[in-house]
Write a protein of this length. Structure first.
Length: 170
């Protein structure tokens, strides 16, 4: 399916008439954060029912916590006007994730995670329930205290999420 620039302009014009964007505050330190996959079937904002301005959504291949993701969150944290991070980070993985198909390209996959190829098994790429637990553990150890971290898996067939690793203080 191809969406033309003219289609996008028409869709945007319809959006602009709603005024839903007016007066939204710039993300603060307590804003919900969501990490999800770039898969077009899994829009984290839609899957989680977020309204515009309700959360900061970051997407990458597999919705994975990588060194690059951690660096981006560190920069994002600077936008919190000097306040320590609080709020909630949700790591969203999904069933039938395309990263499973990338195991045939171990060099590129290892480079994405910034690890040696012989450590790829530790990323549990083929199991979204295990991979989300891996990433939640990394996030809990790498991010500043005060930020709740949880992991959920979205089932692409049912449209439902399952909390597989709840935030410890929730």
């Amino acid at each position: 399916m191809t969406v033309s620039s003219a289609d996008l302009v028409r869709r945007n014009a319809a959006f602009a008439t709603t005024g839903a964007f007016a007066g939204l505050p710039f993300p603060a330190s307590d804003t919900l954060r969501v990490l999800g996959c770039v898969d077009s079937r899994v829009d984290p904002g839609d899957v989680l029912g977020l309204k515009l301005g309700e959360g900061v959504v970051m997407r990458n291949i597999g919705g994975r916590v990588t060194p690059e993701t951690l660096r981006s969150w560190a920069l994002l944290g600077r936008l919190g006007q000097g306040q320590p991070p609080s709020g909630h980070l949700v790591i969203l993985h999904q069933t039938d994730c395309g990263t499973r198909r990338l195991t045939g390209f171990p060099g590129q996959l290892a480079a994405f995670f910034e690890i040696p190829e012989d450590k790829l098994a530790s990323k549990a790429v083929e199991d979204p329930y295990a991979s989300v637990r891996v990433d939640v553990t990394i996030a809990r150890h790498a991010l500043p205290p005060g930020l709740l971290v949880s992991g959920v898996v979205y089932d692409v067939d049912t449209g439902l999420i399952e909390v597989t690793d709840p935030a410890t203080q929730e």
